[in-house]
Design a protein around this ligand. Structure first.
Ligand SMILES: O=C(O)CCC(=O)C(=O)O
Ligand SMILES: [Fe+2]
Length: 147
């Protein structure tokens, strides 16, 4: 779980809240307050994920993309710097695999001659180490494991 606190930024055009990234796990459940600033990539552009009172945001993570052999796609998202005069708060709960020493890769049921495996297998511990030693930079984690 992560609790994010985005203080007021007097020059929001000069920086960002969180750089563009995808979440590495299976799914993320995100609760944001009413301030706004979360955006999701759509094509080459960015779309505001407007706060809806009582609603949660579900992000598909990279491991879901890999396990599903690209049936589900992890979504690139970012948070703008907060130009509002009150802080923004969000809480993210990350659902991650428990068996960290096991091999991960596309489910065999989702591999066929028509749809070969898109990703090679790997140990989750190595994968998560890679995530924490790189910058937040869009879809580089899934791209790294592509065949
Ligand atoms: O603060 C937000 O709305 C997003 C946070 C986020 O992307 C994350 O924790 O991975
Ligand atoms: Fe995220």
């Amino acid at each position: 779980m992560a609790a994010h606190y985005y203080p007021y930024c007097p020059q929001p055009d000069l920086t960002v809240g969180i750089m563009s990234h995808t979440d590495p796990g299976v799914l993320t459940v995100l609760l944001q307050d009413q301030i706004g600033g979360l955006q999701v990539k759509h094509g080459e552009g960015w779309v505001d994920v407007k706060p809806v009172p009582g609603a949660i945001v579900i992000n598909v993570g990279d491991i879901m993309q890999i396990l599903s052999n690209d049936e589900y796609k992890s979504n690139e998202h970012r948070v703008l710097a907060n130009g509002c005069h009150e802080p923004r708060i969000s809480i993210a709960i990350f659902f991650n695999p428990l068996k960290r020493d096991s091999l991960f890769g596309p489910f065999p049921e989702l591999i066929s001659p028509e749809k070969p495996a898109v990703y090679r297998e790997f140990i989750y511990t190595d994968y998560i180490k890679r995530f924490f030693t790189k910058e937040l930079d869009g879809k580089s984690l899934t791209n790294y494991y592509k065949l």
